[in-house]
Ligand binder design. Sequence first.
Ligand code: GRF
Length: 192
Amino acid sequence: MQKTKRVAILFSGNGSNLEAVARKIDDKKFCDTHIKVEIAISNNQNAYGIKRCQDLDIKYRVIDHRDFKSRDEFEEVILNLLEESKIDLVVLAGFMRILTPSFVSKFKCVNIHPSLLPLFKGANALRESFDSPMKVAGVTVHKVSMELDSGEILSQKCIEKIEDESFEEFSARIHALEHELYYRTILRLLVD
Ligand code: GRF
C-alpha cells in the first residue's frame, strides 16, 4: 500500500541544501513511499532560499522570530504549521535559530553540519575545519537534540584536504558533499 511521508524544511539563508533535497525527493516515489516537501519555513524574509522555493514551486512561509516576544511564541506558530501539515520529518537546512527541547521532543528533526562532528560545533565550523591541521574534513547529518550540534550522528562523509586550496574552493567541495549526503540520509529515515 502506498504511504505518503511529509517533510518540512526550515532555513534562514542561501537554501542550497533545501534545493538539493527538494530536487531529489519532492513528489517522488521510493518503493511504496511517496515523499512530499509539504512546506518550507524561513525566519528570514530576505533569505535567498525563498527564491528557490518559488522556482521549485514549494509552498513556503516566512515566520520572523523578531515578531514574537519569546522563543516559545515563535516556535508555537511553527509547531502549529507543522501539525496542520501532518509533518513526519523536520529537515533543518541552515536554520539559524536554536530550537527548544519542547519543540525537538514533538517532531523528529534532523540537521546537516559542515564538519565531522563532534569536531567543530557551532557557526564557524567550515572556517575552523579549513584552518585546522587535519588532513581530512567532512560533513555530518545528525538528529537534533537539546544541545547544539550534538544529537545522534546519522551519517558522515569526508574529503581529503588539497594543498593550497582556497577557502572558497574548500567550501564548495564541502557543500557539494552536503547536497549528496543529506537527501540520501533523509530517504533512509523515511523509506522502509
Ligand atoms: C550548510 O553549510 C549547513 O551545513 C549549515 O548551514 C549551511 C547552510 O547552507 N547548517 P545552505 O543555506 O543550505 O546553502
